[in-house]
Design a protein around this ligand. Structure first.
Ligand code: RNT
Ligand code: ZN
Length: 413
């Protein structure tokens, strides 16, 4: 008997159907963030990263042009199993022949190369207005700025992005998730917490006043607790973003690096699912702060996946990766994080969820603990290998990455 068949029997004894789990996983689409490939720099204005987020490390081989980023994405995609979507930021606009456009004047045509890229690969595109790394960010503020010229500029940027998102959906035939995240905040104790939030609220209202097809564009709103240099006050806090989303019929997005260190997103998912048709996630790994380390197959990633699966919400949660590590091979980082999200989902799909629930309802917490611990050492690896085999992807991606590094990446100097 091969290892998969043996694992299948062992899981069956625990009440789990491994074939059903593999079938479910193959339909899950994960949105792959383009910004891991070039340290969140983009192509539109050459400003260094700001907004309280930081990429650290200077491993050779950063993608410097759209061509390089597309080639690297292709390399990464070829070694990632499963269904993918491309997640772009507005700062990745591609301008032809020196013709530039300001962020408030961006149009679908500035992304036509990306549309062609996605279509050729049968993928949808998700989108993010870029409210950072730009000279119009004044005093760390964008949509909440008291300077009407600044606020208007960024409102127009948001509106332009809605039109671009709708074009992505129309061109690819796949709905587009457009995520709004602003870095706005204060390093030190503010004298007014209400004013910036009131202006942010008004700006969002203005952005959403652009007519768009809600079956094609899902607008999401991402909260945050603090950023580097913005430690004391964040305009788009959790309460603000959840309340705004609930009241205005848009989708809340939780990034698991955006909460206090002992708060976990896995515990928030069930609550949001009770009150929202859809929710969105940025899967990342915070180490001591929102450090955006590569996602690992760790406890919290598994717990997040379990909450999606056991609440039967695979079709209600938009899952996207969001991390940036410049200290290791960037393509390997992409693949490792993506595969770990999928591993966590498979692990969750291999839980006897009905049994676990019944034990809890019967208040048999002893048996619940024993079974949950037992599951940790079940032959998960053999089922994962079977998934890779069915997806036609090798378990070993490192050798191919090392080869690409030698042939392509080291020449980028
Ligand atoms: C920042 C947010 C945001 C960004 C990307 C680049 O803390 O997580 O999602 O990481 O938009
Ligand atoms: Zn995020």
């Amino acid at each position: 008997m091969n290892r998969y068949d043996e694992a299948k029997n062992l899981y069956a004894a625990l009440g789990v159907d491994t074939d059903a789990a593999l079938d479910a996983l193959k339909d899950v689409c994960i949105s792959v963030h383009c910004w891991q490939g070039d340290d969140v720099i983009g192509f539109d204005c050459g400003e260094s990263l700001s907004g309280g987020i930081q990429t650290t490390g200077n491993y050779p081989g950063r993608a410097r042009t759209p061509q390089e980023l597309m080639a690297d994405l292709d390399k990464a995609f070829s070694l990632m199993p499963g269904k993918k979507k491309l997640n772009l930021h507005a700062s990745y606009a591609i301008f032809e022949d020196g013709e530039r456009a300001e962020r408030n004047k961006l149009e679908p045509k500035h992304f036509c190369k990306w549309i062609d890229f996605a279509k050729a690969r049968g993928m949808g595109i998700d989108f993010n207005p870029t409210f950072f790394a730009h000279p119009m960010v004044k005093d760390n503020l964008t949509l909440s700025s008291p300077d009407e010229t600044v606020r208007r500029y960024w409102v127009e940027h948001g509106q332009a992005c809605i039109r671009i998102s709708e074009a992505f959906a129309e061109e690819t035939g796949v709905p587009c998730v457009m995520n709004i995240w602003i870095p706005d905040g204060c390093k030190d104790i503010p004298g007014d917490r209400l004013g910036p939030r009131a202006r942010f609220k008004q700006s969002l209202d203005e952005i959403l006043s652009v007519p768009y097809d809600k079956s094609k564009v899902y607008v999401t709103l991402e909260s945050k607790v603090f950023g580097i240099g913005l430690e004391s006050y964040t305009v788009g806090s959790a309460e603000f973003c959840l309340s705004y989303s609930a009241k205005n019929g848009i989708t809340p997005l939780m990034d698991n690096g955006h909460y206090h260190p002992t708060e976990v997103v896995s515990d928030k998912i069930s609550s949001l699912l009770l009150f929202n048709d859809k929710i969105a996630l940025h899967v990342t790994r915070p180490v001591r702060w929102d450090s955006d380390h590569v996602v690992l197959f760790d406890d919290e990633t598994r717990e997040i996946a379990k909450e999606i699966v056991r609440n039967d919400a695979l079709d209600r949660v938009f899952i996207a990766t969001d991390y940036f590590d410049a200290s290791i091979n960037r393509i390997s980082a992409w693949i490792t994080g993506m595969r770990n999200v999928q591993k966590a989902l498979l692990f969750a799909l291999l839980q006897p969820n009905d049994k676990l629930k019944a034990l809890q309802d019967a208040a048999d917490m002893t048996a619940l603990m024993v079974l949950q611990e037992e599951l940790k050492t079940a032959p998960f690896g053999d089922v994962w290998q079977e998934y890779l085999r069915r997806e036609n992807v090798k378990a070993d991606y490192l050798s191919e990455i090392k080869d690409y590094e030698k042939k392509v990446l080291v020449n980028r100097v």
